[in-house]
Design a protein around this ligand. Structure first.
Ligand code: PCA
Length: 200
């Protein structure tokens, strides 16, 4: 059976949990669509996140990669269209605050997602789950890992479904910050499963 590497992130900034961590742990080992899911959690650390992801790609030789991240404040599931060659974010979990730095010195300005993002959004909307394509993954860790994995795959010359999906906050985060748009964790997980089924 084909393997899909599904990554989430640990909590960061003042978020006490990260729904993507719970989801990848829950889906690890399950079969969804054509894939066995292999779930892993990445550190929110500019120096460690993408090396960990690229090591997993080397080690597991997956047939597809979907990285997930929390976009607190968004109220839709947002498959990302593009990753840009910039680290310029708020503090990571090791206290680093890069300013205007390239992720890969001399690398291309951007990479487009290799995931079927339009099909994902259409399938989500059909299920009644709010979704839209996002045209910016930001300049923090989520953009960093999306750019890094797409850069690596480009170097290897492979046509390979890989990319990034941002998800909204879950109820647990909503109870921490009453102004945050938040969803049941189960619905976010279902949305991720719908997206995975669109990959082949
Ligand atoms: N979201 C952050 C990093 C980790 C996460 O889950 C982001 O959007 O960059």
């Amino acid at each position: 059976m084909k393997k899909l590497l599904l990554t989430g992130f640990e909590p960061f900034l003042d978020h006490k949990m990260n729904p993507t961590e719970m989801i990848v742990k829950e889906l690890d080992g399950k079969t969804i669509g054509a894939f066995e899911i292999i779930g892993h959690v990445l550190p929110v650390d500019y120096e460690q996140a993408s090396p960990k992801l690229l090591n997993l790609v080397d080690e597991l030789e997956p047939d597809a990669v979907i990285a997930l991240g929390l976009a607190a404040g968004r109220n839709k599931i947002t498959p990302e269209r593009v990753a840009i060659n910039v680290n310029d974010g708020v503090k990571d979990n090791s206290g680093r605050v890069p300013v205007d730095q390239p992720i890969i010195e001399g690398g291309p300005a951007a990479y487009f997602s290799m995931l079927p993002i339009r099909e994902m959004v259409n399938a989500l909307l059909e299920e009644g789950i709010p979704a839209e394509i996002s045209n910016t993954a930001g300049t923090y860790l989520c953009n960093n890992v999306m750019y890094s994995v797409l850069h690596e795959l480009e170097k290897r010359g492979g046509e390979f479904p890989a990319g990034f999906i941002h998800v909204p906050a879950s109820f647990e985060l909503g109870t921490q910050d009453g102004r945050l748009s938040c969803w049941p964790l189960k619905t976010i997980q279902e949305a991720v499963e719908v997206c995975i089924r669109m990959v082949n």
